[in-house]
Write a protein that binds this ligand. Structure first.
Ligand code: GCU
Length: 427
């Protein structure tokens, strides 16, 4: 009898705790279960003071928010490190069937006996002297974005993906061109833009290991990993985009005043942070960036702060964990990240089936960033009503939700090219 009671008690206890575990980790996809919360006003300081003009925003509001995101979400870059040397390792005036030039430029960084390099693949339209460019990271190497046999295969660490022929963490010939669907190279060139891309793993391998990539360059003494307010991988990748910008300033064939920084998913979180921290980027595109990107954290819809910090402990700074299951305590939300890009153009894009990234939360961010764009007389998102699927709103702040899933499609690029042309080519 006693044994049976103990057994029943055991079963009940384990059931309850497993149940709780399930509840804790089950993402919410039900709009009616989104908690009530107040959207912080980007034009109000943390002490309640209202910001009424551009000057106050630039002097007080923007720095306060930038500091918040730096110390509590993405982490600060602990020091400075410029390009030590760079070299055009390969180039051609006859790429993409003759309409483009191709360059592969290796940037080298040296400090404290360490050395790191990354390669920028650049296609430029032949008929434009000083081309505006889209700059964005790729997930599996430069050679995956095109079938061009001249693109060099990176030897940096890569996540295994047998369907792309990636085993033993090495990229191979087998994955050449496997991501052509995500990069509208021809359309970009035909529109008079260049395209520059970098394999993100060359700047920091995407794993919870801070002994490789860019982070150790700044360690002091026996430091093993960044301090609680120091950079995670997203900020490390954003740092790399800024170094690419340093190079563009040296390259007469690239118009460094018209660089549109682009990224998908984790790399969309990265393009946003790069756009915020480096005002040299003329425009910013976040494709399906979701949690820690364009989506409002306080909605807790799809991926949450706790989820992302548990699954990817290396992406954000350690301090971000203070908001695990504690979104209410966030004094700022991701719409204010978008506001930090103002008055420069920003495009937020969602996909209907990508509920994990919370399309509605991404849209609302763009909407709630609008008051800061208003200060500059720039047009944001005029209404809280989400647009219909495949019906983009393209103002200085732009938004679309398209049919389909978590991906970058021809439809997305068609919009980005059209919008970037309007935003940057009208002078
Ligand atoms: C995971 C992660 C997302 C991220 C995505 C990606 O799904 O949870 O936050 O955006 O990977 O980078 O593809």
């Amino acid at each position: 009898m006693k044994k049976i009671v103990v057994l029943i008690a055991f079963i009940l206890i384990t059931q309850i705790s497993f149940g709780q575990l399930r509840v804790e980790f089950e993402p919410n996809y039900d709009e009616s279960k989104v908690p009530e919360f107040e959207v912080p006003d980007p034009l109000r300081m943390f002490n309640g003071r209202k910001i009424r003009n551009q000057r106050r925003w630039e002097k007080k509001g923007r720095p306060e928010l930038l500091e918040f995101f730096t110390r509590n979400v993405y982490g600060r870059v602990p020091g400075e490190l410029g390009i030590s040397t760079w070299e055009v390792v390969e180039q051609s005036d006859n790429a993409l069937g003759g309409k483009a030039k191709r360059k592969q430029v290796d940037l080298v960084f040296k400090k404290n006996g360490r050395s790191l390099h990354f390669n920028i693949l650049i296609y430029l339209p032949k008929n434009v002297d000083n081309a505006p460019v889209f700059l964005g990271y790729n997930f599996y190497g430069n050679h995956t974005i095109t079938n061009d046999v001249n693109v060099i295969i990176s030897d940096a660490w890569a996540r295994n993906n047998p369907s792309f022929g990636i085993i033993n963490n090495q990229l191979t010939e087998q994955s050449r061109g496997v991501r052509v669907n995500r990069w509208a190279v021809n359309e970009i060139i035909d529109a008079g833009f260049g395209l520059a891309t970098i394999y993100y793993g060359e700047v920091d391998p995407d794993k919870d290991d801070f002994r490789d990539g860019i982070h150790p360059f700044f360690y002091v003494d026996a430091q093993q990993r960044p301090a609680a307010d120091e950079w995670g991988s997203v900020a490390g990748w954003a740092w790399g985009l800024s170094r690419a910008m340093d190079y563009f300033e040296e390259d007469a064939e690239v118009n460094e005043n018209k660089v549109v920084v682009f990224g998908h998913s984790r790399l969309g979180k990265t393009s946003l942070w790069a756009g915020v921290t480096d005002e040299r980027f003329a425009a910013v595109i976040s494709n399906n960036s979701g949690c820690g990107g364009a989506a409002l954290s306080k909605r807790q819809f799809g991926e949450t702060v706790a989820r992302i910090n548990n699954s990817f402990p290396h992406w954000f700074c350690k301090n971000f964990r203070n908001y695990n299951k504690n979104e209410d305590a966030l004094p700022a939300d991701q719409h204010e990240l978008l506001a930090l890009i103002a008055p420069r153009p920003v495009y937020v894009a969602s996909a209907e089936e990508d509920q994990w990234a919370d399309p509605r939360g991404e849209f609302l961010s763009a909407f709630y960033a609008t008051p800061v764009y208003d200060l500059y007389g720039e047009k944001g998102i005029p209404s809280k009503e989400m647009p219909a699927v495949n019906q983009p709103i393209q103002n200085t702040v732009a938004y679309h939700i398209r049919t389909g899933g978590h991906d970058v499609t021809g439809f997305d690029w068609e919009q980005y090219i059209k919008w970037a042309t309007e935003q940057l080519m009208n002078e």
